[in-house]
Structures are given as C-alpha cells and as structure tokens.
Design a protein around this ligand. Sequence first.
Ligand code: NAP
Ligand code: GLV
Length: 311
Amino acid sequence: MLVVKAAGAEIRQEWCDHFAGLLPDLAARSFDAPDIRDEEVTYALVWEPDPGWLARFPKLRAIFSLGAGVEHITADPTWPRHVPLVRMGSEETGQRMGEYVAWACLSLLRDARDFALAQAERRWDYKVGDATAQDVQVGIMGMGRLGGAAVPMLRGLGFPVAGWSRSPKVVEGAICFAGPEELDAFLAETRILVCLLPATPETERIVDAALLAKLPRGAAVVNAGRGSNLVTADLIAALDSGHLSGAVLDVFDREPLPAENPLWSHPKVTVTPHVASIARRRERARFVAGAIRDFEAGRPLPNLYHPDRGY
Ligand code: NAP
Ligand code: GLV
C-alpha cells in the first residue's frame, strides 16, 4: 500500500486517483483513511509528515518527498533512516524552475519592479538600462538538477552562466566552480546570484553580509532554494546601501511570509509565494510510479537523499 500525506482531502484524493491509474496493483490511500493497517504500508509519499508518523510503518520500503527538498522529513528525529528517501525529480520540476529563473533574471535586467511601482502611481518613468543579457553573468549557487535545467534557458536569452556546487562538474554552457575554495572567484564575476541550494547545516545562512560583499556593486539576488540559505537582514542592508540593485525571493524563513515583514513593501524586492517550481501532481505521480515500478523490478531508486551530504 502507498499512503499519501499532503495538505487537503481533495488533493490527497487526486494523488490517489493518479496512482490508481498508474499503479493499479498497489492500493493508494490518504494517510487518514480508516482502513490503513500500519504493517500493510510499503510506500509513503509525504509533505511535512507529523514527527513520529513515518516510524509507525514496519514494512516501509521507500519514502517519497512531495518536493525536491527533504528537510520537512529529516527534521523529524524519528524518521526511519534505514528506508531510502527519494527527492521529487519529475522533468517538469526542472522546466518550471528554469522558467522561474529566466523570468527573475529578465525582470531584474529590465527593471520590472521599478516599472510596476511606477505603473501603480501612473508615472511614466522613462529609463532604458545600459546592459543587455550578454553583459550580465548569472551565477547559480547549487548547480544541481534544477540549476542545470536553468542553464540552457538562460543561455538562450544571452546570459553568460556560471555555477557553484559542492563537487566539481562539467555542465555544457556554464563555467563551473566547486567548493569553498572557489566560491570567491565564482562571486567576483556574478551579476545575478541565483540560489538553488538545499537546506543543510552547511548551506544555512550561507548568503550573508560577507558573501554579498563579494558580489560586484549593482549585483542582484534571486533565492528559490530555501529561506534558511539567506540572512534576510543582510540582504535588506545591502539593498539599502546600494551595493545590491534588486532581489527576487520565492522562499522565506516563515511561509506564508508574515504581513509585517519588510520584504513585502521593499521597493527593490519582488516576492513570490514559493511557486518557483511546483510541478503538476500528475507529472509527479508519474515520476513516483516509475520509480516504484523500477524498484520492484530490482532497479535502483532515482534521486536519493544521501544522509552524509544532508541532501
Ligand atoms: P540537487 O540536484 O541535489 O542540487 C543541489 C545542488 O546544491 C548541487 O549542485 C549540490 O552540489 C549543491 N550543494 C549542496 N550543498 C552544497 C554546499 N555545501 N556547497 C556547495 N554546493 C552545494 O537538488 P535540486 O533538485 O536541484 O534542488 C535544489 C533545491 O531547490 C532543493 O533542495 C529545494 O530546497 C529547492 N527547491 C525549491 C523549489 C521552489 O519552488 N522554490 C522547488 C524545488 C526545489 P553537488 O552537485 O556537488 O551535489
Ligand atoms: C519545493 O520547494 C520543493 O522542494 O520541491
């Protein structure tokens, strides 16, 4: 049996309906269904499971995260670490993140926030920026699956692209940097910093005043990784001092972003409500069903969480 723990009864029913079509031999149930016997549960698809809940199932064979991030599962000290944990990985997640990053970079390049503020006051603020995309290097912190998907889209728009990751890699169309020792060189040429890092102890508050100071004056920041990657007060200070020219933020320490948070009204900040890359449920169900079929046939699970790396 596959149990689904997601917000909203209708949404859970939609998941179960997708799985009924995709995996007809595996019963799919909402986590609160009355007929679930713990020892029958072999797979769990979850978002923010209650602490202790996953540990109830003695025959669990794999856990699937509804999102690419898994900190909502690993934050539970009792989660069953011997069970493989799969991070969401549908192709559509990459497509959507690429679209978001391309949109955010173009918005920053073409002063979209300034024009939106001027329009709200019916002001004809005529200004044409100097740079084109060719002049603006985008630096992706976290050149993984999603960062890699953004590269060809950014390149297609004319942006030079660089990436920074934990381990060295070769990505077509991007200059690649890796590890703490190459971070400064990566930042020195980055005009738009795009954070697509997972939430781990190593990446917590990595984008702070010291890191922002290493970006060229006038640089901008996009955060679509996790709120915990960023020190918000340091970002606001760098915007207010003129060191940074703008920011597009999709993820926050507290979500929904509280109404009193200064980011909402900051003239240089565009806020989006954690929507950068939420693939359709049908596409994510296909990814999960394909992984379960492969696993049942003895093939490896994709996109596994590695406890030693923390993501
Ligand atoms: P991924 O394939 O695992 O990529 C993560 C990247 O971060 C990898 O390049 C990894 O380096 C790098 N990294 C991790 N720790 C690092 C460190 N300490 N120093 C330098 N680089 C480090 O994950 P993904 O699927 O691209 O997803 C990335 C994150 O995006 C997720 O964890 C989630 O937080 C966020 N996300 C947000 C949304 C949204 O809607 N806003 C949607 C989906 C995902 P290596 O390549 O060397 O492993
Ligand atoms: C969304 O934020 C995800 O982790 O997929």
